[in-house]
Structures are given as C-alpha cells and as structure tokens.
Design a protein around this ligand. Sequence first.
Ligand code: CIR
Length: 266
Amino acid sequence: MPTSAFAATRFDHALTRAPAASAVNGLRAVDRGAPDVAALAAEHAAYVATLRRLGLTVDVLPALEAYPDSVFVEDPALVFPEGAVLLRPGAPTRLGETAEIAPVLRERFGRVIDLPGTGYADGGDVLVTARHVYIGLSARTDAAGARALAGVLADLGHAASPVAPPAGVLHLKTGCSLLDEETVLATEAVAAAGLFDGLETVVVPAGEEPVANALSVNGTVLIAAGFPRTADLLAARGLTVETLVLDEVMKLDAGLSCMSLRWMAG
Ligand code: CIR
C-alpha cells in the first residue's frame, strides 16, 4: 500500500520544460497543422503560472531543440514522494528525453530507479490513484515495459497493474484523468472499457473527447478551454473548474497532465 498520507491530486512541486521551437516537428497522429511556437510558449507560460497560483513551486527547465516533444515531461519519468522512475518512451524520437531529465531528478529525489529490462513505457500511460496505479498498454507502452514498471512501483509501495485502453487512444491519459481521489473523468470509449475498479467514472459529453486529459491540483480541476458542456458538468458536481487555452498543445496530441511532473515533497 502507498504511504498513508499519499494523495494523487495534492502537490507542492512540479517540473516543467519550456517548449522548443522544434515543437513544430512534434509527433501528431492527425496533422492539424504545426503549432505556432509563440502561442505554444504563451500556453505553457499560463500553465506554469496557474500551477504556481495553486500553490506549487514550479521549475521550468530549458527547452531542448533536439527533442521536439520534450515539453511533455510527463512521458520520460514518473515521480512519487518516495522516489522517481526513469522510463523508456516508446517513440524513437523521444527515447533520449530520459537521459536529459535524469540528472534533474537525481538532484531532487534520493531514490531514482531506471526502468529495468528492454520494454517501453510512457508516463502518459500511467494513471496514479492513491490505491492503485493503472498502466495503459498502448503503441508507446508495451507489456514488458508495463510489467517492469509494475515491479518498480511495488518496490516504491504502489500496487500497479496493466490495463488495455480502447484502440485509437495515444496514451491511457489521453482518454481519462483523475478528478479527485475517488473519481475518474473518461471518454465514453474509455469508460466503456471498464478499466477502473472501485472508482466512480464521469463520462465526457460526446463531441468533447479532447477534454478528458484534465488535471486536478489541490482542489481545482484544470481543463482545456472550449469544452463548455464538460465544464458545466464538473461545476454541477461541485468541483472548482478552471479552463486553460490549449489550442497549440492539442495540435501535438497533448493536454494538461503531459506538461508537468508533479509531486508532494512535504
Ligand atoms: C507525442 O506524441 O509523444 C507527443 N506529441 C504528445 C505527448 C503527450 N503526452 C502525454 O499524453 N503524456
């Protein structure tokens, strides 16, 4: 079991990385145009400012031009109060991001564990709750990577198991996210897959699927702007909701969780 006080939506620290100009070459499943670099930087700056306002100490690492997707720091690593895990991203153009973030994590965490074996795992496939860690199998996270990660997480005190999201989802968290310690926001397709035992599921209204990657931080649920039915639905549940413009970020198949590694240092 996790350490008693562990909460999956409470944080006091975050690591982010400024977007590179090379983000115009970032991976995207469907090409809706390259992101505008200045607008992407503005979206990132607003994201960092929001996390700071919500009480986090946020470090912004320098942009890495060699890695177009490196603004999405969630993918090459995982962090917990007990330590960090260096992952092996499943996209060849992103593999080198792990070596870039490794020294940064070694400065901040007493325990930093390399993903053993030869499998692949992306942080975007990992949904952490206080009771369980769900590892999505995807084009980026294979069975060997998920198995190796579950072993490492067990050492860190977190029970974990693989789940199989529906086809067509880039990462598990492309289609779902934690709203609070007991509740998941999920697209209809992810909800129908029945992946999360013991958690309540709030289904994203049809047509608003890209909003499913929300980020719950210290009692506020951050969602992408432009999805009013989901915003109303969450507000009607009594949640405090804030919207952030993510038009450029979403051109790169990404969302709110992707842009930070978050933890409670205590
Ligand atoms: C990629 O395809 O790797 C990036 N363009 C998007 C990564 C999004 N990250 C995430 O969902 N954790």
